[in-house]
Design a protein around this ligand. Structure first.
Ligand SMILES: Cc1cc2nc3c(=O)[nH]c(=O)nc-3n(C[C@H](O)[C@H](O)[C@H](O)COP(=O)(O)OP(=O)(O)OC[C@H]3O[C@@H](n4cnc5c(N)ncnc54)[C@H](O)[C@@H]3O)c2cc1C
Length: 428
């Protein structure tokens, strides 16, 4: 354990979204005497993806058995519900219906049903009549009912994890951006990390940490580059050594008050298996509101939520990346459809009216936006699973798309276990 100056830590965690906070909390539980600091560049926690998502506790319908996504989602579903229950945080488990609207979708629905069974989920196949008995406002030719899908407030969960971390003596530094990462020697044997931090007034400070975990969300690729980390073995991108974060805006509408009782379950379309996003769905929230969304449109500013937000740095990062061009040229039609749904409310609405015909334009009360950090390989392939990178004394979460909020607790556990293997007894 270090006994040096105030600014020397055993563990530093970069990123104050749900993954960073969950990971810091679990390091502190595992090593109660260690000195831990969590560094977040914004003035509060959960400002980005964690604070702009659908609030769904996923069950594991879509993920390939054996993948990180499947494993972490199944464990995360139980862990999140358990955490909310024991911490008295709001959550509900209304279940989810995945609704097919034509014969082509029924075929894909059957594949999804088999996948649910392979993942060991409690599911039921419904015909059109059973569907409309459960959901009078929803129409379709068939559906899957997934019993364990739920809803939660991931900002509240992050906040509670942070309180627990601080109660155990962990430190949280807000408004401090990590701008430099380099190696530094601890004693004779351990090369840890030196971090340079910059606050909003351009004042710089330095800290040292024996081990660093980076959960940087939309900045994940830049932090990997800053630290010179190498990607872990890939199942999914053989021969590829680099990736970039492509920001995908996800636009929603909160529905008018008359729609508060529109549905009893989460209602999802059958997704296109080639695309990583689940399609525009109807989601009740724990505060009683109901939303529809999100679509998926490439964004020009990674952490920009306004429609006209552009960052020259982020736009250049996208335009100069061959992987983004390859991806867009592989899916020109879906890209155009998504773009149209972003600019024309009636196109957006049409996607939901296929299975919920009673909705009208006047029901789309308030817009709401999130930006997904989607890693894309340089060959244009979307990174489907969670992806990690490392140096000798740091671990990076490079790709943590949905269901990462659901999966935050097991992902944090995984990072602690991986760190333990790497630390070889350096920290007691
Ligand atoms: C539209 C949308 C809908 C989604 N729906 C769901 C859902 O229903 N269920 C689900 O399970 N998941 C969902 N997700 C996914 C989930 O929200 C994210 O995967 C999860 O929040 C990722 O958490 P994170 O901590 O990795 O990232 P973030 O919450 O983005 O946090 C990363 C943090 O790192 C900080 N940071 C970056 N660079 C630095 C630096 N240099 N120094 C210091 N701090 C830095 C950022 O400020 C940020 O706070 C959705 C995501 C989106 C965008």
């Amino acid at each position: 354990m270090s006994t040096e100056s105030e600014d020397v830590f055993d563990f530093a965690i970069i990123g104050g979204g749900i993954l960073g906070v969950s990971t810091a909390w679990q390091f502190k539980k595992r090593y109660p005497k260690s000195r831990i600091t969590l560094i977040e560049k914004e003035p509060s926690l959960a400002c980005h993806q964690t604070g702009h998502n659908s609030g769904v506790i996923h069950a594991g319908v879509y993920y390939q058995p054996g993948s990180f996504k499947s494993r972490f989602c199944l464990e995360g579903n139980r862990a999140t519900r358990n955490f909310c229950q024991t911490q008295h945080l709001p959550f509900r488990v209304p279940g989810k219906l995945v609704v097919a609207t034509d014969d082509a979708e029924v075929l894909r629905l059957n594949h999804l049903f088999q996948n649910c069974q392979r993942n060991g989920l409690e599911v039921e196949r419904l015909g059109a009549r059973e569907l409309s008995a459960l959901e009078p406002n929803i129409q379709g030719v068939g559906a899957i009912r997934v019993f364990d899908s739920g809803i939660a407030d991931f900002v509240a969960i992050t906040g509670r994890l942070a309180e627990l971390l601080q109660a155990m003596g962990g430190q949280i530094r807000l408004g401090q951006r990590v701008v430099e990462v380099s190696d530094c020697l601890f004693g004779e044997h351990w090369v840890g990390k030196h971090l340079v931090l910059c606050d909003g007034k351009k004042r710089f400070s330095r800290i040292q940490a024996k081990f660093v975990v980076v959960c940087g969300g939309l900045a994940a690729d830049r932090l990997v580059k800053m630290d010179g980390a190498k990607l872990d073995n890939l199942n999914d991108g053989v021969g590829v050594t680099s990736f970039r974060v492509v920001p995908f805006r996800g636009e929603y509408f909160i529905l008018s008050d008359r729609c508060c009782e529109l549905v009893n379950h989460l209602i999802y379309p059958v997704p296109n298996p080639k695309l990583p996003f689940l399609g525009v769905h109807i989601t009740p929230h724990v505060d009683g509101s109901v939303s529809i969304g999100p679509n998926a449109v490439v964004g020009w500013k990674r952490e920009g939520y306004g429609r006209f937000n552009v960052s020259l740095r982020d736009a250049w990062s996208l335009l100069s990346f061959p992987g983004a061009w390859r991806l867009l040229s592989a899916y020109p039609r879906p890209a155009l459809d998504e773009w149209m749904s972003s600019w024309f409310k009636d196109v957006f609405l049409r996607r939901v009216r296929r299975y919920c015909p009673s909705l009208t334009l006047s029901d789309l009360a308030r817009p709401h936006v999130g930006v997904r950090a989607q890693a894309v390989f340089s060959n244009g392939r979307i990174v489907n699973d969670f992806l990690f990178a490392r140096t000798a004394s740091s671990l990076h979460v490079c790709n943590a798309p949905s269901p990462a909020a659901t999966a935050a607790i097991p992902i944090g556990q995984y990072l602690v276990e991986e760190a333990e293997k790497m630390l070889r007894g350096v920290i007691v």
